[in-house]
Design a protein around this ligand. Sequence first.
Ligand SMILES: C[S@@+](CC[C@H](N)C(=O)[O-])C[C@H]1O[C@@H](n2cnc3c(N)ncnc32)[C@H](O)[C@@H]1O
Length: 481
Amino acid sequence: MTQAPGRRPQGKPYRRPQRDPVRILAFEALRAVGERDAYANLVLPSLLRSAEQDAVKKGRTFDRRDAALATELVYGTLRRQGTYDAVIAACVDRPLREVDPPVLDVLALGAHQLLGTRIPAHAGVSATVELARVVLGDGRAKFVNAVLRRIAAQDLDAWLAQVAPPYDEDPEDHLSVVHSHPRWIVSALWDALGGGRAGIEDLLEADNERPEVTLVARPGRSTAQEIADSLPADTTEPGRWSPYAVRLAEGGDPAAVDAVREGRAGVQDEGSQLVAAALAAAPLDGRDERWLDGCAGPGGKAALLAAIAAGRGARLVAAEKQPHRARLVGRALAGNPGPYQVVVADGTRPAWAPGAFDRVLVDVPCTGLGALRRRPEARWRRRAEDVAGFAPLQRGLLAEALQAVRVGGVVGYATCSPHPAETRAVVDDVLGAARSLRAELVDARPLMPGVPALGDGPDVQLWPHLHGTDAMYLALLRRTA
Ligand SMILES: C[S@@+](CC[C@H](N)C(=O)[O-])C[C@H]1O[C@@H](n2cnc3c(N)ncnc32)[C@H](O)[C@@H]1O
């Protein structure tokens, strides 16, 4: 008997797929990242807001736990994508590039639930298959179901033993699959870190952890102690290294902290705090009144420098090339207790006279390989060629910073990348090429008191696995002639 149009065959009745707002949101975030190069940390907040509003309209709730799960699914899936792709590739019968990207996103979300969370396997499979029915349709949901059942057949360790090449045969490939980093990044980080297997494994694993939220108490406007005292005792911990730092316990919301809302404090990694504080603490003979941040946007280090400067009767000029980022600097500095200036300026074509400043920071644009914890998708977007792409700008900004500082003054060259081509190579080249001026490296290690394992000096390198900070680099240079 032929079926009447629009009728389903007799038998199992059709059941509508269950719409789970958490997983639909996570899928939409992954699509935005994959399809239009969105940043997960920018796209998530607006998706979370819409999910909350949608829930209110429908008389449901989308609470903090839902938001936390959605965030974990998105960030975890993106960070571990390299590992999950290797596992998925072992479970499908065609190359991954022939699988539609939305199907791959659903599979990766499922793989994360099965291999990277405590969600029970049956719940992970059924929730993901329901998601697939909603966003891909019933036909492709069957494919998703079959692949996820294969993935669920063994745990992560067993999968890694199967899909990662043995360490002894190819250490970098092994680490790349096991710790979900592109091979070239494994290689670059290992070059920068040196040492054996244990150190690089700890670093790669630290990149896969969610970073703590750290606040900076801006001097003259608040103190770390005041902020800690204003919050319930079990919700904060003191900074590890920076006297200005307060660490929020898991789930802590900086927007709920009065000092942050009032601009007396901000959100800032301790590594960035240490960099700004070290430049401010570098010994200096003579005048110490004019400070410059030559790459200020969005203004984290500038706000701390301006506050320290205010307490010492000095004044910060915060320069930023991009007008919209200069506006962010203006917001970060508003309410600073002393004078400051925000200018839109190109640090390679300075608008200030040579030798005008006593202290200069250039926290230059870089690959951001030291902040992979914060940008879960960044490691998959960056290319090895990007490193060379930043080189001329980094050299230009440092060379002009040395021109901008007076003889005897100090320049801080900072990156949030530990890649040797963005750190020491830049400093060495600029020092070697500077003809009309002379400069010497200053030992930055004593300017980060109490911080261990800063390297052989005179520059310093912080590490997520050793210091709990982003992998910030700082070289301090004193102009001598
Ligand atoms: C790594 S970020 C600085 C972060 C900042 N120091 C903070 O702590 O918030 C580098 C900044 O340099 C800016 N920039 C890029 N090229 C520049 C140039 N030629 N002159 C001045 N700023 C530049 C970028 O727009 C970006 O805002």
